[in-house]
Design a binder for this molecule. Structure first.
Ligand code: GTP
Ligand code: MG
Length: 452
């Protein structure tokens, strides 16, 4: 800490992109572990946080990074499954993701979840770089394990080079169609106005040194002021997930972006009902370079300082909500902090109309993203809630004024059996998907067909 009591925290880097474009593989490459092998079907089921200290960044980046150029302590990566959980990671107060990597498979190009991710990045004004992944799949590619991309590029045949060039230019074109002026990262002068594209391979490690260098450089240049926090202040974070933790009862996975939380603290957590005020039972943390998700043996710690991913076990967390704020009470008034949490939750909420469809989603963030998409399509929402589709949701839908509103939109949630039964008898349509676009499209198609 300097004279003002402020310390620079680790920037939080969200990794997002379409399913199978290589987000987890890229993080694996960076942390040198094999999380992917432990995943069922190599699909990310949960969100994890991985801290990568500056020394590791500079080890991987080699000659590209001189650690003495940086005073940020490293990078905290957040892997996201497919697309939708990133919106959970947004937080009005804390801007949870400081910066992002948008992973795009160079062969596959822009896909629905790429577009959703880009919309979120645009809406939240989160700076990002594009990792143009899987360059090793270019026909005739001659892999150069872990080298900087230009060195690897120079080692390729003319034919491989021009195939890759073509794919990269298509990608830059797609970005420009979405109003982002983009270029290869080494040609970008001003990262505030231009998106840098870094060709990489999670498989061979080519370009990974460049990616880390660009991320460190961007963070240092544009985020340094925002990274100055009072480490001794009361901790503030966002709930990523609520789940059972063996021996501890219900616990929350949290990304802490400000201050400190200790094992003796009282915390206020946003929930489906009133904010939960509870005493920390245990703080659990994975070791550095370990993945919160696969690390079975957590270390019980006395305190954790931002930025970090941790588990907090405490009584009464059953109604805690993914995407909701977590605040350490500290020596502040209980009512003040409860009001603060309520206000932040309200800001995250969705405005509803007198008439419209019923919307259910798995997290606050996804509910918000869904409401945005429906708002844009001018489809009104009468009720928007986090949770599975229950019979009462069907009842609300069945009492709609117009037939077109007798609908429940279910995003990444289950439809309870008795709700499905009731929907059958009441003639209520339920649309289910894990892709926001698809829900909008399916609903619109349904309306069109009905009106024909
Ligand atoms: P979700 O978590 O499901 O959204 O996918 P993801 O983006 O995390 O993708 P993941 O890392 O699981 O990779 C998907 C598949 O692509 C796996 O079979 C990887 O081995 C493969 N893959 C990832 N990166 C590369 C790469 O650079 N080159 C090649 N050849 N294959 C890759
Ligand atoms: Mg993954």
């Amino acid at each position: 800490a300097d004279a003002t009591g402020e310390t620079l925290r680790t920037p939080i880097v969200a990794v997002l992109g379409h399913v199978d474009h290589g987000k987890t593989s890229l993080l694996d490459r960076i942390r040198g572990s094999t999380v992917i092998e432990g995943e069922a079907g190599a699909i990310t089921q949960h969100i994890g946080a991985t801290a990568v200290p500056l020394e590791t960044v500079s080890e991987i980046a080699g000659s590209l990074v001189d650690p003495t150029d940086f005073d940020l302590p490293g990078l905290l990566f957040i892997d996201t499954p497919g697309h939708h959980s990133f919106s959970t990671l947004r937080s009005r107060g804390g801007a949870l993701a400081d910066i992002a990597i948008l992973v795009i498979d160079v062969n596959d190009g822009f896909q629905p979840q790429t577009i959703e991710a880009i919309d979120i990045l645009q809406r939240t004004e989160t700076p990002f770089v594009v990792a143009a992944n899987k360059v090793d799949t270019t026909p005739g590619w001659n892999p150069q394990e872990n080298t900087p991309i230009q060195q690897s590029y120079d080692a390729q045949s003319d034919r491989a080079r021009s195939t890759l060039d073509e794919r990269l230019y298509d990608l830059i074109g797609d970005l420009s169609d979405h109003d982002f002026s983009a270029d290869m990262y080494w040609r970008v002068q001003n990262f505030a106005n231009n998106v840098g594209v870094v060709p990489v391979s999670a498989e061979t490690g080519e370009g990974v040194p460049d990616l880390l260098t660009v991320l460190m450089g961007l963070s240092q240049r544009y985020l340094k002021d925002a990274m100055a926090i009072d480490v001794d202040g009361p901790g503030a974070g966002t709930v990523l997930e609520v789940k059972e933790q063996k021996g501890f009862g219900t616990a929350i996975d949290v990304v802490l972006y400000d201050g400190t939380v200790t094992a003796d603290d009282t915390i206020v957590v946003g929930g489906t009902g009133d904010p939960i005020v509870t005493d920390v039972r245990a703080l659990l943390q994975p070791r550095p370079l370990a993945e919160i998700r696969t690390e079975k043996r957590f270390e019980e710690v006395d305190s954790v300082t931002a930025a970090a991913g941790l588990k907090i076990a405490a009584p009464d967390l059953d109604d805690a909500m993914a995407g909701a704020p977590v605040r350490v009470l500290g020596n502040r008034e209980r009512e003040d902090v409860v009001t603060e949490v309520e206000a932040e939750l309200a800001a995250l909420g969705v405005t509803t109309e007198e008439q419209g469809v019923v919307v259910k989603a798995d997290t606050l963030g996804s509910l918000e993203a869904l409401a945005d998409a429906f708002g844009e399509a001018e489809i009104p929402i009468v009720r928007a809630e986090v949770g599975d589709v229950a019979p009462r949701d069907v009842t609300v839908a069945s009492t709609a004024d117009e037939e077109r509103h007798e609908t429940v939109i279910a995003f990444s949630v289950d439809v309870l059996d008795d709700a499905a039964d009731r929907a059958d008898t009441e003639g209520v349509r339920i649309f289910e998907s894990d892709v926001i676009y698809r829900l909008v499209e399916e609903y619109e198609e349904f309306i069109e067909e009905r009106e024909r």
